[in-house]
Ligand binder design. Structure first.
Ligand SMILES: [Zn+2]
Length: 138
């Protein structure tokens, strides 16, 4: 039986792959959610708006995670001011507000994933990856 940390890690790998495929422009490029620069996919990270260290419950939230260049993600610590502006343009104010409410809740209460939930996420994102690859003709 797989440990919870192991399942979380597996879910993160498939979720990140889903984000990379979802946010690719064609098969080779992407536009960074923060700086807006178009770069090669090898420079793309799956960048969280609400940091998973403080908001574990938003780790696999599609509205909280977007293709971001490694420069913004790693050296500018998420480049969050630009991230927020572009995130609102991308998902709309309503979804952004919902994300903010969830973040507040998880910050106050924490979040514990169950094995059932993690296994389900792994299955769902594996399926979504297959679908996206078909669409992208990969
Ligand atoms: Zn960037």
């Amino acid at each position: 039986m797989k440990t919870l940390p192991r399942l979380k890690q597996e879910a993160q790998v498939v979720f990140n792959e889903f984000i990379r495929l979802r946010d690719s422009v064609g098969a080779s490029h992407f536009k960074c959610i923060s700086c807006g620069q178009v770069k090669a996919v090898k420079f793309m990270d799956a960048g969280h708006f609400y940091n998973v260290g403080y908001y574990d419950g938003l780790r696999y939230d599609e509205d909280n995670c977007h293709g971001q260049c490694s420069h913004c993600n790693r050296f500018l610590h998420g480049n969050l001011i630009e991230y927020q502006a572009n995130l609102i343009s991308k998902i709309g104010l309503q979804r952004f507000d919902r994300l903010k409410i969830k973040a507040g809740h998880y910050k106050r209460n924490g979040y514990k994933f169950t094995r059932f939930e993690l296994n389900l996420l792994i299955t769902i994102y594996k399926e979504k990856i297959v679908e996206l690859k078909k669409q992208l003709d990969l």
